[in-house]
Design a protein around this ligand. Structure first.
Ligand SMILES: Cc1cc2nc3c(=O)[nH]c(=O)nc-3n(C[C@H](O)[C@H](O)[C@H](O)COP(=O)(O)OP(=O)(O)OC[C@H]3O[C@@H](n4cnc5c(N)ncnc54)[C@H](O)[C@@H]3O)c2cc1C
Ligand code: FES
Length: 260
């Protein structure tokens, strides 16, 4: 059952022109969280916007009882969030959805994120390291200013490779070009990816060609967030007769289940 909680904001920082990270205390939800799940966040105190907004668990500190979100401002809801200050409360519901499958034994894992799709891969990276996995992260962004999480991965002792479209940091080009040209096939047992669909499509193709097991995290517009309204329903493959509810059956799916 999802929990409703008012999180006490303890840190809220702007990381780039349109990117923010917010940490709040929400111990009841924090202790239930798993990487890849999300929170449904009420952006303001009025009915405009009416619907909650889904945001991934960027990081969770279960001992402290805190949760962090990394978000990009794209519209009214995320813009309203920027107004929350330390000691304000954020209205959240969660944890929601099916998260990433975690390996039983240590594995060599590759995490590929694009844009703000990197958000759920930080908490995933932390938990994989706790399970003694080798973890490599590849992150694609428009420019160096948008690469806002490299220090998080360094703190976790995770290998971090970046690709920027303008070449201002790391490899110049798409993160999928970096993957195809620089990564030795066979070096990884597991791939997880989150970001723009064309990127995830190519990552899934790479995994299929090299017979690597993998999962993708999908984004859909959501209303209820708990599987009750069909607002997020999508056919995972064109030939599917039924629709998956991304909020409840996902947002994480096996790569083989999804056709982009
Ligand atoms: C499971 C899940 C996890 C997410 N995690 C994060 C996260 O960690 N950080 C983050 O910044 N964003 C995340 N998102 C996207 C985030 O939910 C949307 O950006 C947010 O709801 C936009 O709200 P808004 O009111 O600011 O913009 P709106 O005014 O609602 O929309 C602004 C623009 O964004 C588009 N948009 C809105 N919601 C979505 C969506 N779900 N998918 C694709 N396009 C959308 C709209 O079509 C419109 O063009 C996640 C989405 C899902 C489904
Ligand atoms: S958002 Fe209502 S069913 Fe998924």
């Amino acid at each position: 059952m999802p929990i409703m909680e008012k999180g006490l904001v303890i840190n809220h920082q702007q990381l780039a022109q349109d990117m923010y990270v917010m940490e709040f205390l929400a111990p009841s939800i924090a202790k239930e969280c798993k990487p890849g799940q999300f929170l449904h966040v009420r952006p303001g105190n009025t009915n405009d916007p009416l619907l909650r907004r889904p945001l991934s668990l960027y990081d969770v500190d279960q001992e402290k009882g805190s949760i962090s979100l990394l978000y990009r401002v794209v519209g009214k809801g995320t813009d309203l969030l920027t107004g929350l200050k330390v000691n304000d409360y954020i209205d959240i519901m969660g944890p929601l959805g099916r998260g990433f499958s975690l390996p039983e034994s240590p594995k060599n894992a590759l995490l590929v994120g694009g844009g703000v799709g990197i958000a759920p891969l930080v908490y995933l990276g932390r938990v994989l390291k706790e399970r003694e996995c080798q973890v490599t992260v590849m992150c694609g962004a428009a420019n160096a200013g948008q690469l806002v999480v490299d220090d998080k991965f360094q703190q976790l002792d995770i290998t971090f490779l970046s690709a920027t479209i303008d070449g201002s940091a790391g490899y110049k080009g798409l993160v999928t070009d970096l993957l195809v040209t620089q990564v030795k096939p066979g070096g990884f047992d597991i791939i997880y990816t989150c970001g723009p669909e064309p990127m995830m499509d190519l990552v899934a193709l790479y995994a299929a060609i090299h017979h690597i097991w993998g999962e993708v995290s999908l984004e859909e517009h959501m209303a209820c967030g708990v599987g009750a309204c069909l607002g997020c329903a999508r056919r995972l493959k064109a030939s599917d007769e039924t629709y998956a509810k991304v909020c409840k059956d996902g947002p994480v799916f096996n790569m083989k289940e999804v056709e982009f």
